[in-house]
Design a protein around this ligand. Structure first.
Ligand SMILES: CC(C)(COP(=O)(O)OP(=O)(O)OC[C@H]1O[C@@H](n2cnc3c(N)ncnc32)[C@H](O)[C@@H]1OP(=O)(O)O)[C@@H](O)C(=O)NCCC(=O)NCCS
Length: 330
């Protein structure tokens, strides 16, 4: 039986990128009003000086819309051009409908395909992989990929081993056809055997039964070991998959989890000094699926990164899951 299948362009690229962080700045001094800690300890262990939490009138949705509007403008497109919306988030606190469907309507897309993915801090790179695949398969002309989190809403402020890390933010990218290669193969995977090291503390029925909310829990040491070992080698595999060597990239953007993890990755990758390294955790904390696009937009704004730069990015987090690829900046 002859059956028509979809066909798409040979290559895809990021056409536009945007990011939004909330207005409320929570510095380490304020953090230490919630937990027994110190500015010195937090900075030394993580590199975080301050983080952004939702302020008055701000929400996961407003941050996402702001980031998406910037990405659309950067790409020279409008919502009418978007065929699919992919949102990566673990902090959309209504299980259904998806945040993606709500955003697709607010952005005036023509009823775009819309779905959320749960890939925690690896979510933006998962989204880029999906967007690239959808475009190249001919399933969508333009895909809006969003990584958005409001972890402040699920952080346990009495947990001194994690509360200082988590933050809020959103990032967005538009993916469309390209004449030249501009998104490398994704290197990704999961290790559900380590599901326990980062997880929500209660199911909905447990929360109802106990009257206690569900919080984000993390056992930092195994995550640290995994990130500085396995993930550092995965970053190298992203370069290998793209057929590039370390001296052929301009920017390295690892998930902003901890500066010490970034340092360990740098020791493994031995990047030349000319490569700019994202350190936006200092001012924005760990905003999970948003951290990579927030860092990229920050580096573009400061002039540290430029259009056309070749970027190695890698995300990792709850699942455990990871994903990374090399992309060319719009
Ligand atoms: C969370 C993290 C910063 C903790 O740093 P750490 O060096 O592993 O700290 P530990 O939990 O081993 O605790 C070390 C000491 O500091 C103490 N401590 C823990 N939290 C503290 C805080 N907020 N302030 C001061 N002291 C603290 C501990 O009690 C312990 O004291 P002890 O040595 O007297 O027992 C680190 O494990 C980490 O970054 N992990 C990875 C996080 C990550 O990548 N997440 C991304 C996933 S999305």
């Amino acid at each position: 039986m002859p059956l028509t299948t979809s066909t798409g362009p040979e290559y895809a690229r990021i056409l536009g990128i945007g990011a939004a962080v909330p207005s409320r700045v929570v510095d380490n001094a304020e953090m230490c009003t919630f937990i027994d800690s110190s500015d010195e300890w937090i900075q030394q262990r993580t590199g975080i000086v301050e983080r952004r939490w939702l302020g008055e009138g701000e929400s996961l949705e407003t941050l996402s819309l702001d980031a998406a509007a910037q990405a659309l403008e950067h790409a020279g497109l409008t919502g009418a051009d978007i065929d699919a919306v992919v949102v990566s988030t673990v902090s959309h606190l209504i299980q259904t409908p998806s945040l993606a469907a709500m955003l697709a309507a607010k952005l005036d897309t023509p009823g775009a395909a819309a779905f959320d993915i749960s890939a925690a801090c690896a979510g933006f790179c998962y989204g880029i992989a999906m967007g690239e695949a959808l475009v190249r398969a001919g399933s969508a002309r333009h895909v809006l990929v969003i990584g958005a989190e409001t972890l402040s809403e699920i952080t346990d402020l009495s947990d001194r081993s994690t509360a200082f890390l988590f933050a809020d933010g959103a990032g967005a990218a538009i993916i469309g056809a390209s004449d030249t290669p501009a998104i490398g193969p994704v290197v990704w995977g999961s290790d559900g055997h380590q599901a326990d090291v980062i997880h929500m503390t209660r199911t909905w029925p447990e929360a109802v039964a106990t009257g206690e909310s569900s919080h984000f829990f993390m056992d930092g040491r195994p995550v640290f070991r995994w990130a500085t070992g396995f993930i550092a080698t995965a970053a190298q595999r992203c370069l290998d998959a793209a057929g590039l060597t370390a001296d052929e990239i301009d920017v390295f953007v690892p998930h902003q989890a901890n500066n010490r993890i970034t340092d360990a990755m740098l020791r493994h990758l031995t990047l030349p000094d000319s490569v700019k390294v994202a350190r936006s955790i200092k001012h924005y904390g760990n905003n999970s699926a948003a951290s990579i696009p927030v860092a990229i937009v920050d580096m573009l704004a400061s002039g540290e990164a430029s259009s056309g730069d070749v970027v190695l990015m890698i995300g990792f987090g709850a699942g455990l899951v990871y994903a990374g690829q090399v992309v060319v900046l719009p």
